[in-house]
Design a protein around this ligand. Structure first.
Ligand code: GUN
Ligand code: ZN
Length: 653
């Protein structure tokens, strides 16, 4: 019932199928108060709404109407409806008169699309004993709710207070059971007190242990300021009571924060309300009328933000949006910095290539997946005995290396001379050290950073150089680098007769190793290789062995797209399961025909596969069937049972 369409970091766009239609995610579900609703949220862009089954149950009139005509009729919304269970009322008032079985059966009776069991919202910062005790009940009720469920999709809420290990444990346990969606609960107090850093810990601890194939709902998150960050952490659904609660208090939502009507001289956005009225107009209105208009503005900005986020995921610019949004409040910036401590989790989900360039928007950008991943890959490159570090001029670096390289500082020494056993790297922000052979590969060429370098970036580069120097017998560092990054080097040597040259063979082998792992370059391009360049751009285009095409270097990111011959070479010269996706016998003929591979047909795959990676498609005997582009990472491919996993390029091997 859920499929991923596009990915960026832990964020995803997707579609969620329900009996009352399809929802595009990330989605915001306006909270509808049964019996009180005065705003038509569908007209403002709502694809799905949430209401409260307990409130309906408690009111005899509403209960009768809902029992007879269903919840959709009751709230006058013909799209998908989610219902909450009364747990929140339980946490607010300490007691409610409905039990778990009754609330599930009632949600079945009123025909909700997505129902919720009666979890215990354990607040933040309680004792561990209390958190554990309540979590046990939440898990028991979750399990029990599956027995009462007949038709509806079922939510199961992750609890565990502010103990990350309890959140992860809860997510693990719920993940084993047959639920459809997972709200992350009891986070409202964290958001109300601006404890966004702790929210990051709670959400990552939960999301990183939930099944990839189920949508996650950040319960009670309705302020658009937080949406981008939450989506980047893997949340797919939000619910907003904020739009109406804030309107009640004459407060206007914005991605920059909240505005009080009394302080406004100008309306804060360009929605139809803000274009049509002035703050003065609103202040002079009757309370009810004003509330309705402010609520409409609040929903307008919230939906606009959701649309912007979806577009950013498609483009691969979600993190640039997050970096902008997190500058709205120091507590949000702190949260974004905290997210930088989860690079190992994020790296697994972030696609290896994106449509957008990487923009450095401040020191936090140094803690982005792209930088972390590059440095990990850099560590795996076989070491030569000598290293030459050049300053950056223009990209692609190899095109703009000056004739005269100027003077150098020297660390260590080697008896090798000239270009012998020499690795050339360019020093630049934010990727630190870029081997010259890789200077056109995503994102090492597709990035922008300010030419005035901040102190954090300088320190980052200094640390990196200090570390890399250990790996070489001799390191030559351009005097310009010494100046720009305040390296404080002393051992100056006059310019050598160095001629930087880069032959095609070295370059294509380095790119293949960077893309497919060590040894791939040799597997693909050993022997009598012919390189053909684009007549228009002069860039490497096609690589042949005799007259057989092996691979094409894609202009946009300089990664290789294999040909049949290339796929055969990579397959025959690398070991199972490397770069491989294994499909079952049923889907073998489809793969052979070049049809795309659905996730449910994949029985095993290389754990290192990331989204947007070129992969080999094999059967259980490791016979090559086809090759294509992975749309998901390893965990997602294995967890999903619907939707495409691999876009096949060619079959019939
Ligand atoms: N609404 C806001 N937080 C929660 C929660 O933790 N559980 C449920 N069921 N609803 C909520
Ligand atoms: Zn507006």
């Amino acid at each position: 019932m859920f499929q991923i369409k596009n990915k960026d970091n832990l964020g995803r766009t997707g579609i969620l199928k329900t009996k009352h239609g399809i929802v595009k995610t990330p989605a915001l579900m306006p909270v509808i108060h049964p019996g009180k609703q005065s705003i038509n949220v569908k007209d403002l862009g709502a694809e799905i709404v949430i209401t409260n089954a307990y409130i309906i149950y408690k009111n005899q009139d509403l209960r009768e109407k809902a029992s007879e005509n269903g919840v959709h009729d009751l709230i006058n919304f013909d799209g998908p409806v989610m219902t909450d269970s009364g747990s929140f009322q339980l946490s607010e008032y300490g007691d409610i008169d409905i039990n778990n079985q009754e609330v599930i059966e009632f949600q079945e009776l009123i025909g909700t699309d997505i129902g919720t069991s009666l979890d215990i919202p354990t607040p933040p910062y309680v004792t561990r004993t209390k958190a554990e005790r309540e979590l046990k009940i939440t898990l028991e009720r979750a399990k029990e709710s599956l027995e009462y469920r007949k038709e509806i999709l079922l939510n199961s809420v992750v609890q565990g207070s502010t103990f990350p290990d309890l959140r992860s444990h809860c997510a693990d346990e719920l993940g084993k059971m047959d639920f459809d969606l997972h709200p992350i609960g009891a986070v409202v107090p964290l958001m109300e007190s601006y404890r966004y850093k702790d929210l990051v810990d709670v959400v990552i601890a939960s999301v990183s242990h939930l099944p990839e194939s189920r949508p996650r709902h950040l319960m009670g998150a309705g302020h658009p300021m937080i949406f981008a960050l939450a989506v980047a952490m893997g949340c797919d659904l939000f619910d907003s009571a904020a739009y109406i609660l804030y309107a009640e208090d004459d407060r206007l939502l914005s991605t920059r924060g909240t505005y009080k009507l009394e302080n406004l001289q100008e309306m804060p956005c360009s929605c139809q309300i803000c274009s049509q009225y002035t703050p003065q107009d609103l202040r002079q209105m009757k309370k009810e009328e004003r509330k309705k208009l402010i609520a409409q503005h609040n929903l307008n900005v919230s939906f606009a933000e959701i649309r912007l986020i979806k577009q950013a995921i498609v483009e691969g610019s979600l993190m640039e949006l997050v970096e902008q949004r997190c500058r709205a409040h120091p507590r949000l910036l702190e949260a974004y910095r905290q997210l930088g401590n989860y690079l190992d989790v994020m790296e697994r989900y972030d696609p290896i290539s994106k449509k957008s360039a990487f923009f450095y928007t401040g020191p936090e950008s140094l803690k982005r997946v792209e930088v972390y991943r590059h440095l990990e890959k850099l560590n795996q490159i076989p070491k030569k005995s000598r290293l030459l570090l050049l300053p950056s001029f223009r990209k692609p670096y190899h095109k703009y290396i000056p004739e005269n390289l100027g003077g150098f500082y020297k660390i260590g020494s080697s008896n090798k001379k000239g270009n012998e056993d020499l690795q050339v790297m360019v020093v630049d922000v934010p990727f630190g050290l870029i081997p010259l052979e890789l200077d056109e590969v995503y994102p090492l060429a597709q990035n922008e950073s300010p030419n005035i370098i901040d102190e954090d970036a300088r320190q980052f580069v200094r640390d990196l150089i200090e570390e890399v120097v250990e790996d070489y017998e001799e390191v030559l560092i351009s005097s310009q680098i010494n100046e720009t990054f305040d390296l404080g080097l002393l051992d100056y040597v006059e310019p050598d007769s160095l001629k930087i040259k880069m032959d095609d063979q070295t370059k294509i082998m380095a790119v293949a190793d960077y893309q497919f792992g060590e040894g791939a370059g040799a597997a693909l391009f050993e022997g009598n290789i012919k390189v053909e360049r684009s007549r228009k751009t002069g860039k490497i285009r096609h690589i042949y062995y005799d007259n057989d095409l092996i691979a094409t270097m894609r202009a946009s990111d300089s990664y290789f797209v294999l040909s049949k011959e290339g796929a055969r070479r990579l397959h025959s010269r690398t070991e199972y399961p490397r770069n491989r996706v294994v499909v079952n016998a049923d889907s073998e003929p489809y793969a052979q025909e070049g049809k795309s591979i659905f996730a449910k047909f994949v029985i095993e795959c290389d754990k290192n596969i990331r989204a947007n990676e070129e992969v080999l498609i094999v059967n259980e005997k490791d016979e090559l069937l086809a090759f294509g582009k992975s749309l998901l990472n390893y965990e997602e491919i294995m967890d999903f049972n619907v939707g495409q996993a691999i876009k096949t390029r060619k079959g019939g091997m």
